[in-house]
Ligand binder design. Structure first.
Ligand code: NAG
Ligand code: NAG
Ligand code: NAG
Ligand code: NAG
Ligand code: NAG
Ligand code: NAG
Length: 684
């Protein structure tokens, strides 16, 4: 009898041992190869570093261990213990608001299905968030405070079970051994951090520390979880992350996982790892804003001269280099057009063919041998260095094609240093000529103006977000909006646009743009961003609706003036009198457009919407999704109470309180559910 029992015990032990053995998973990855993990979405491996997202908006990336791992004892609901550790870095990009976080996860399927970007962290999406059938466990390292997910702050660690609303969360940091005080850690300053996540006896512990430090004894998070219903028998394990309007890098430098050896993580190499820390305080952390417009027209005037001085200087350098360079340029651009062709197309640059005079040269109309009409812009007689870079920029812009952008057909240089750019010809001239100083029969109707604003927004959105790399326009204004044969708006003049280069620090701070359209922060730092383009676009909205140029002598700048009118509660009087006299307008709608203009031209770049949001507003999609998205956007922007309580010093030229930001916002967004599409005529 006793012997039998012993045998049975042995048998049980053997079974336990074998099951344990068959379910054992151990791996230790000091750096990654493509065979170590499966990549989904935008995840990549470079120099053995796993990078989950691209440096673009709304990117999702996921990396999973290539096969499912057993997470339960076979045919039981007993969840196996596990211990994992990894080293990560999240670094903001200069000039961008950083976001969003990174998640370590267990997930029943591979791929990125069921996840969306931005605040959803590439973990879940609107519809499946909170669904018990997700079978997802995540540990999030989140740098954004989403109120809809009850986030505690914008720098926290949380444990997520089937939902982005964390079961438990705490400020990122650690409890140093032997001390009772807590050390905060900033998740996305590019520093390398090590994380340990252990599960045993129904408890999940999460601990983190700067890399190289011994693991603190006291975990950051310790939470009892019954995972038997959460885990399937086998699960994928790995990492997921996403960007939104806000972007940052998400890197994993090493990873260990085991369900047998809780010391495996000691094999992770923590020394000599590359750092992603930015050399200086990123722009987004600097507080306070320039007095901007109040500082006044004087400041602008100075800037204006600096800007034009810098531009002229740059052109000088450029054109000097043009002189020195000959052959390489052919490689750059297939769109090279010979001077002879252009010369004959414009009848030797005949004065009668001049269709415009820009800040940097005359624009001629021309007819190419094939019969197609072109606009020829001649930038004359300057010198400069950096031409290679400049032409490389323009040359890649030659490939930008969008129906709301003026096509750049080619270029040519003339020996004595004049650069010639050839654009598609726009029959109906520039937008400013149809808004200001024009005959009554040429003036644009209200509906046309709205349609054109929308089309311009689409063009900018394409540059910012939809082309292969992020392009900033840098000089959005009504005279750069051209109208084609069918009166469709096309944004032109990429002469000043410069490729946004993420790899290099933006070394020089030259201000490029036009006075009256410059965002306060560009005035301050010289740094252009998508938000500074949005600002210029906001000014464009206001000038087109109000029929007033941004800066007119003896009058307050347009943006200030509209704020003043708004404060007096007479917004409708801001509308172009010639419009009011001729067309019936929906007052509510006009107000909404002006509000949008003010919001885009808000002194705080963080308060401005993205072009995608602007386009959504114009499209007036009032179905669930976009309504929901707008709400989320609202919440995101409102997270920062500073924005709400911000004193718009820039605009306080006279006494009396400003409408608060939330009031403006209400004006714009309470009406999101109204459709604009009734009045917005679709562009062809
Ligand atoms: C990955 O990047 C490409 C190119 O930007 C984009 O088209 C694609 O949608 C991205 N995929 C995900 C899942 O983010
Ligand atoms: C688990 O159950 C399946 C079928 O239900 C059976 O085929 C398998 O042998 C069982 N495994 C163990 C270890 O008992
Ligand atoms: C969310 O993911 C589920 C799959 O898990 C999918 O059926 C659903 O359509 C997705 N919803 C959205 C809004 O993407
Ligand atoms: C989790 O942390 C608690 C408190 O420090 C500790 O008692 C427990 O053993 C830990 N559990 C695991 C699985 O690490
Ligand atoms: C976990 O939940 C399952 C079913 O919901 C239950 O059978 C099991 O006893 C629970 N385990 C613990 C440790 O509470
Ligand atoms: C557990 O992992 C550590 C560190 O990698 C290693 O030194 C140790 O030998 C392992 N223990 C077992 C039992 O495999």
């Amino acid at each position: 009898m006793k012997k039998h029992q012993n045998q049975l015990l042995l048998c049980i032990l053997a079974t336990i041992f074998t099951t344990h053995f068959t379910s054992a998973v151990d791996f230790l990855q000091n750096g990654f190869d493509t065979s170590d993990v499966s990549l989904y979405g935008n995840a990549t491996i470079e120099s053995r570093i796993l990078t989950l997202t691209r440096d673009s908006s709304f990117s999702i990336g996921r990396a999973l261990y290539p096969s499912r791992i057993p997470t339960k004892q076979p045919n039981t609901s007993i969840v196996l213990p596990f211990s994992t550790s990894f080293i990560f870095a999240m670094a903001p990009y200069e000039g961008f608001l950083p976001g969003h976080g990174l998640v370590f996860l267990f997930v029943p399927h591979d791929g990125i299905e069921g996840s969306s970007s931005a605040q959803n962290l590439g973990l879940l999406n609107y519809t499946n968030n909170g669904n018990p059938n997700n079978h997802i466990l995540g540990v999030e390292f989140d740098v954004f405070r989403n109120q809809e997910f009850n986030d505690i702050n914008d720098n926290h660690v949380g444990v997520d079970v089937n939902s982005l609303i964390s079961v438990t969360a705490y400020e990122a940091g650690y409890w140093p051994d032997g001390e009772s005080s807590f050390e905060d850690l900033v998740l996305n300053n590019g520093r390398n951090y090590q994380v340990w996540i252990d599960f045993a006896d129904g408890i999940v512990n999460v601990t983190m520390a700067p890399v190289g430090m011994r693991r603190p004894t006291r975990p950051l998070l310790s939470v009892a979880l019954n995972l038997s219903q959460v885990f399937e028998d086998e699960m994928y394990v790995g990492f997921t992350a996403s960007t939104g309007d806000m972007i940052q890098s998400h890197k994993i430098l090493g990873w260990s996982f085991s369900n047998t050896n809780f010391s495996l993580s000691e094999g992770l190499i923590t020394e000599g790892l590359p750092s992603s820390e930015l050399p200086e305080t990123p722009i987004h952390r600097t507080k306070g804003f320039i007095a901007g417009v109040t500082a006044g027209i004087l400041g602008f005037a100075i800037l204006c001269s600096i800007a034009s001085y810098l531009f002229v200087k740059r052109l000088r350098r450029i054109l000097k280099e043009i002189d020195e360079m000959e052959d390489w340029e052919l490689e750059y651009w297939p769109h090279r057009i010979t001077y002879q062709e252009i010369d004959s197309a414009t009848k030797r640059f005949a004065e009668e063919n001049v269709i415009g005079i820009g800040g940097n040269g005359k624009v001629y109309k021309g007819v190419l041998p094939g019969g197609s009409e072109v606009a020829v812009k001649r930038i004359s007689h300057e010198n400069g260095e950096g031409i290679r870079a400049f032409l490389a920029e323009i040359s890649s812009l030659g490939r930008v094609k969008h129906r709301n952008l003026v096509g750049l057909r080619g270029w040519c240089k003339k020996d004595k240093g004049s650069l010639i750019l050839v654009y598609d010809y726009m029959e109906n001239g520039s937008l400013d000529k149809r808004v200001f100083d024009c005959d009554d029969n040429k003036i644009l109707s209200y509906e046309d103006r709205i349609r054109i604003l929308k089309q311009v927004a689409l063009g900018i959105l394409y540059l910012h977000d939809e082309w292969e790399s992020k392009v900033l326009h840098r000089d959005i204004k009504s005279s750069n909006v051209l109208l084609d044969k069918e009166m469709n708006a096309r944004l032109g003049d990429f002469g000043l646009a410069r490729m946004h280069d993420h790899d290099k620090e933006a070394g020089t701070t030259r201000v490029v743009g036009t006075v009256g359209y410059l965002a306060p922060e560009i005035v301050k730092s010289g740094r252009a961003s998508t938000q500074t383009d949005v600002f210029s676009y906001g000014v464009l909205i206001l000038e087109v609706i109000c029929g007033r140029r941004p800066i007119e002598e003896g009058k307050p700048p347009l943006v200030n003036w509209v704020w003043q009118v708004l404060r007096r509660g007479e917004l409708v009087t801001a509308v172009d009198p010639r419009l009011r006299a001729r067309w019936e307008m929906n007052g509510e709608e006009v107000e909404r457009v002006i509000h949008l203009g003010l919001l885009c031209a808000h002194p705080d770049p963080k308060a401005r919407p993205t072009m995608r949001q602007v386009v959504k507003l114009f499209e007036g999609k009032n179905e669930n999704v976009s309504g929901e998205e707008m709400d989320i956007y609202l919440l995101e922007r409102m997270r920062n109470s500073e924005i709400l309580s911000m004193n718009h010093r820039g605009f306080s030229t006279d006494s009396g309180s400003h409408p608060t930001f939330s009031e403006i916002r209400k004006g714009v967004f309470s009406s999101v559910t109204h459709s604009w599409s009734n009045t917005v005529v679709e562009g062809r």
